[in-house]
Write a protein that binds this ligand. Sequence first.
Ligand SMILES: Nc1ncnc2c1ncn2[C@@H]1O[C@H](COP(=O)(O)OP(=O)(O)OP(=O)(O)O)[C@@H](O)[C@H]1O
Ligand SMILES: [Mg+2]
Length: 239
Amino acid sequence: MLLKIEDIRTGYTGIEVVHGISLNVPAGSVIGVIGANGAGKSALLHAICGLLPHTGKVLLEGEDLSSMPTYERSRKGVILVPEGRRVFPGLSVQDNLLSASLHKRSRSRREEVLASIFQTFPRLRERLDQAAETLSGGEQQMLAIARTLMGCPKVIMLDEPSAGLSPLFVQEVFRIIGELRKIGLTILLVEQNVHHCLQLSDYAYVLEQGKLALEGEAKALLSDPRVRQAYLGSAAETA
Ligand SMILES: Nc1ncnc2c1ncn2[C@@H]1O[C@H](COP(=O)(O)OP(=O)(O)OP(=O)(O)O)[C@@H](O)[C@H]1O
Ligand SMILES: [Mg+2]
C-alpha cells in the first residue's frame, strides 16, 4: 500500500473533529473522500500532511511519517494542494513553479518535471511571465496543482479543487485530474462535487461528523441509495 492511514484523530485546541479514520491509498489510484460541510475532510488532510497534530499513523510505503513535521512529509512525497488555490500572487507563473522545487530530489528533476507539467498544462507555458494574481481562478488552480508536481509527490492530496470555479473550469479541473492519474500519479481527492468525484475515483470514503459512514468502489457508491439521497439529490438525475 502506498499510503496507509490508521486511526487518525485530530482537531483544534482540544476539540476533536476527526474521530479515528483509517484509509488505504494504493499506488496509481484516485481515492475520493466526500462528506458534508464540516465533516472533517480538510482536518483529515491537514493531519495527514502534518499541519494538524494527530494520533494514529500515516504510513508511506510502510514508513511511519506520523512524528515528522510537514516539510519532511512533503519531502517524502505527501503533498497537499490546500483549499483556495494558494499561489504567490505577485510572482510570475515561472517563479511560482521554480520556487516549489526546493528539496534535492525535486531540484535534480526540475527540467524533466517542468516539461511534463507543460504537457499537461499548456496554458501555463503560454503565461510563464504573467503574475499569478492576473490568472483566472481556473488557471490559478492549475498553477497550484502544477506547483505541487514540482515537489515530485508520491501522493497528491487535493482539497476541493473545483470549489468556486465556473462550470467550464470545473470540467477542466476534473479533466486535469484525469490526466494526472493517466501519468500514474496517486491522488487523494476531497470534493464537494460528489458526482464528478465518484466518477473519477476508484474507491471512495464518506465522512460524517468526523467518522467513516460508508466506503466502497466509487461506481457502486454512485448508485448507492444512501449516497444518492444525501449527496447527489436531483443532480444525479440530471448529470
Ligand atoms: N481553526 C479551527 N478552529 C476550530 N474548529 C475548526 C477550525 N477549522 C475547522 N474547525 C471545525 O472542525 C470541523 C471540521 O472542519 P473541516 O474544515 O475539516 O470540514 P470539511 O469537511 O473540510 O468542510 P468543508 O466541506 O466546509 O470544507 C468543523 O466542525 C469546523 O467547524
Ligand atoms: Mg474543507
